[in-house]
Design a protein around this ligand. Structure first.
Ligand code: NAP
Length: 446
């Protein structure tokens, strides 16, 4: 990225904000489209949105995205409003036209585009929406706007479903109603927060009883395939995951900021970068930075981070040094293999394994069968010791070892490490550079 005095500034405001993948999405679009824009994340506290908007005017920042908890406040402070944002009463996109700030809402339209991207139209469809929170409002309003025939809203708190239906019907008369059943739905959408990083289902749905053409969607995107989507898919139904909504709300916002149309090839690139249809597995010797590089990769892609050592500790109810001292390495390896098997079918994750996980060929085969790409992190033993410092107690195989003994252990594993898909030398790299390199290699693979 070559930032000059002419580079146009964009950003996202919210609190918290450090987890946001918007900078990665927008900077990738700018780079791939060859446009001279740069996008940053700004933490803005409650009560400081007006100051942020003044700053936007004063610094001539072209556009802001707005996220939790400022969407309603931003709507109230805009100089002008797009009609859809007005109906929503909330804005997630602000465009600064020479000091005049116009507010938009691209969340719901992003959901509609994510359906179109998968060949699904909502025109004349009967849709069932689970949930009646902020996201449900965007999804329902956009579906009504896109010509849905009827929208049934199911929510744990029934009165909220009724209130949401009323709000939708104010602009699209008689389209929405609160309900309890799924019968005859063409499209079912989960907009509740249930399923986020868990295997829970938002409702007890008998997918087998739905029409075989029913499309099932989830706007929860971590994991990429939620339990809700998995069950629907097992019943033979078409599914659409939540990452598409996140991508497309950004695409529409970027188009508003830049007055351009984002190329489909660029949109496809964003999907590949964030869907991670093939999970990224990081392995390699202790102290090569699997956890920190893995977490950095998650902040670039929005993927879920899974650490097999933590899963082993959870399963055994004790720390890794305790497993080693009580049951020995071979028992640890057996549990490790079981944990790796349990990750079968996981999509869209960055999985960090222990350094010895790939010593068993069966583990590599299991990971590959699940479509993962296995990256082995390599570093010389001096760097490993520098990274670990004096903290060798939590690493039973290094504890009390001299550098020469550790080097011998590392060398004994080289053959197994060579079976991985890609080797990355991280000896002279910071975690940011290593993560960028891995993502680049991942994107360059077929
Ligand atoms: P929200 O305003 O807090 O609404 C949460 C909804 O979930 C409510 O309808 C709530 O029901 C329901 N709910 C919560 N816990 C439940 C439970 N245990 N059982 C049944 N229902 C439950 O949240 P939101 O802003 O709408 O966000 C909802 C989800 O959408 C979040 O996971 C968020 O990450 C995701 N999202 C994704 C995107 C995307 O781009 N893909 C965009 C926005 C949001 P009650 O009314 O009964 O409390």
């Amino acid at each position: 990225m070559n930032i000059t005095g002419k580079t146009i500034q964009l950003g996202v405001i919210g609190n918290p904000i450090s987890h946001s993948i918007s900078p990665q999405l927008h900077n990738t679009m700018a780079e791939k489209m060859g446009l001279d824009y740069t996008y940053s994340a700004y933490r803005v506290r409650r009560g400081e949105v007006a100051k942020a908007l003044d700053g936007m005017r004063a610094l001539n920042i072209r556009g802001f995205n707005v996220t939790i908890p400022h969407k309603v406040t931003a709507h109230d402070l805009c100089d002008e409003l797009d009609p859809f944002a007005k109906k929503m009463g909330a804005c997630n996109t602000l465009v600064n036209n020479d000091g005049v700030i116009k507010g938009y809402n691209t969340d719901g339209p992003g959901f509609i585009r994510s359906l179109l991207h998968k060949g699904v139209s909502v025109k004349d469809k009967f849709v069932i929406v689970l949930g009646a929170g902020g996201a449900a409002q965007g999804v329902c309003m956009a579906m009504a706007d896109a010509g849905a025939r009827m929208i049934g809203i199911i929510n744990r708190t029934y009165e909220k479903a009724e209130k949401l239906a009323e709000r939708i019907n104010k602009y699209y008369p008689s389209v929405a109603h609160a309900c309890n059943g799924f019968v005859d739905a063409d499209i079912v959408v989960n907009t509740t927060s249930v399923g986020m990083n868990t295997n829970e289902m938002p409702a007890d749905v008998d997918f087998e009883s739905l029409k075989k053409e029913t499309v099932v969607c989830d706007i929860v995107y971590c994991p990429r395939e939620t339990a809700f989507l998995k069950k629907a898919s097992e019943a033979g139904l078409k599914t659409v995951g939540g990452i598409g909504m996140l991508i497309n709300q950004a695409v529409i916002a970027f188009e508003l900021f830049t007055n351009t149309k984002v190329d489909e090839t660029v949109v496809d690139y964003l999907y590949r970068m964030t869907e991670l249809e093939k999970s990224i597995v990081l392995t390699g010797f202790m102290g090569t930075g699997k956890t920190s590089i893995g977490k950095r990769l998650c902040s670039l892609t929005g993927a879920q981070f899974i650490d097999t050592d933590s899963l082993i500790e959870e399963k055994m109810g004790m720390s890794i040094p305790d497993i080693f001292s009580k049951y020995g390495e071979s028992c640890f390896r057996d549990v490790e293999s079981e944990v790796i098997k349990s990750l079968a079918g996981y999509k869209g994750a960055v999985i960090s394994t222990g350094g010895g996980a790939v010593l068993r060929r069966e583990n590599i085969d299991t990971l590959r069968e699940n479509g993962a790409v296995i990256f082995c992190l390599k570093a010389d033993i001096e760097r490993v010791f520098k990274n670990i410092g004096t903290n060798t107690e939590s690493r039973p195989l290094l504890n009390g070892k001299t550098m020469d003994e550790a080097r011998a252990l590392l060398e004994s594993r080289c053959e197994a490490y060579a079976n991985c898909d890609e080797e990355i030398d991280v000896t002279d790299c910071e975690k940011e550079q290593s993560a960028d390199k891995i993502l680049e290699l991942y994107m360059g693979r077929d």
